[in-house]
Design a protein around this ligand. Structure first.
Ligand code: NDP
Length: 333
């Protein structure tokens, strides 16, 4: 079995990841760590977790094989490095850190220690995105020319905390959502971004100098250009992902979400076809791939290196927004 320790008494663990671990035939949750003993205890009771601890040392001293880190973003680095040093495999939430140089340190430490490090970019696990990636790779739209990502949502009230108030915790929509869009573009296109130009805004929800909306324009290695829109403040926008090629277009709607589903259309000279794909829970698949990687069966759905790429991309987008200039993307991997 794989015994997990949860670092962070978070909403994402409660809503998706505890279930995703327990959905595995061999997945067990041994302990949860919160910085507050009371919150740790309450969370453990609420989620039926046998042990509640309030320090990292206690958690890492337990008999756990892997940790899932879902604390606020400024804590991921030191918690991941400590877990790696203690010989635990690490599935870390995005962004891996606040700066790509720190994410690279995590990747290097995991590599040196022979530890599996994964980034929880859930969208790679969506049937819709995997179907689009396969269609692109199989040449069904010819040569990909342009892509558009629609991922501006309304941040639910229960999550309107550190994301919109705390720059020091890695708040803001770019570290929250642009990282996912950068990763999903890389995954679907099988191509890497080389440059980005971005505008950000504070549209009335975020404070503390943080942005709650962003529009980015990306150039990829192949010459493809893409646009992405991320936001916290648009209640009625809907989500989508499009790739337009020389011989066809992929047009997906309702696919930038945490739930499986959505619609993917392939439009070519032959007409329109709806692509079929599986509807497995994204997070269940993420944990399954991670378990397989621990057992020597390949890589996590998104590796530590993928997390460096998405963070380097988001970092470049923020630099562009601040400077008013296009910024080159270099993950230095
Ligand atoms: P939460 O705000 O729910 O939790 C983050 C931290 O906040 C917790 O670790 C906890 O600290 C603290 N906290 C939670 N509730 C309270 C409270 N009532 N009072 C005081 N402190 C509290 O964060 P999210 O679950 O939204 O996000 C956590 C991480 O997961 C982030 O890195 C985020 O980017 C990522 N994420 C990823 C998603 C994905 O789909 N891949 C989706 C959502 C988030 P402590 O542990 O010390 O108690």
């Amino acid at each position: 079995s794989v015994k997990w320790g949860l670092i962070g008494a978070s909403a994402i663990a409660r809503q998706f990841m505890i279930n995703a671990i327990r959905a595995q035939a061999d997945g067990k949750i041994a302990a949860v760590m919160s910085s507050s003993p009371e919150r740790a205890q309450a969370y453990a009771v609420e989620n039926n977790i046998p042990l509640a601890v309030s320090t990292l040392d206690e958690l890492l001293g337990e008999d756990v094989d892997a940790v899932y880190i879902s604390t606020t973003n400024e804590l991921h680095l030191e918690q991941a490095l400590a877990a790696i040093e203690a010989g635990k495999h690490v599935l870390c939430e995005k962004p891996l850190a606040l700066a790509s140089a720190d994410a690279r340190r995590m990747v290097a430490a995991a590599r040196d220690a022979g530890i599996v490090l994964g980034t929880n970019h859930h969208l790679r696990n969506a049937g819709a995105h995997r179907a689009m990636r396969e269609a692109v790779a199989a040449g069904r739209i010819g040569r990909p020319i342009a892509a558009r990502v629609f991922h501006s949502v309304y941040l639910p009230e229960n999550l309107q905390g550190w994301r919109i108030t705390k720059p020091e915790a890695g708040g803001g929509v770019v570290l929250d959502i642009t990282v996912h869009d950068a990763d999903t573009l890389r995954f679907v296109l099988g191509d890497d971004p080389v440059e980005v130009s971005a505008f950000t805004q504070a549209a009335g929800m975020a404070g503390g100098g943080l942005e709650d909306g962003a529009m980015c324009i990306w150039r990829f290695k192949s010459g493809l250009i893409a646009q992405s829109h991320e936001g916290f403040t648009t209640k009625f926008a809907g989500t989508g992902f499009e790739v337009h090629g020389s011989q066809g277009s992929l047009i997906a709607s309702d696919v930038m979400t945490q739930r499986p589903g959505g619609l993917v259309l392939l439009r070519t000279a032959e007409g329109e076809e709806q692509l079929s794909f599986d509807h497995e829970d994204l997070y269940v698949r993420s944990v399954r791939q991670f378990h397989a990687a621990i057992h020597g069966g390949g890589q996590p759905a998104a590796t530590g290196e993928d997390g460096v790429w998405s963070l380097a991309s988001a970092e470049a987008a923020l630099q562009s927004a601040n400077s008013g200039k296009a910024v080159k993307i270099d993950p230095k991997l």
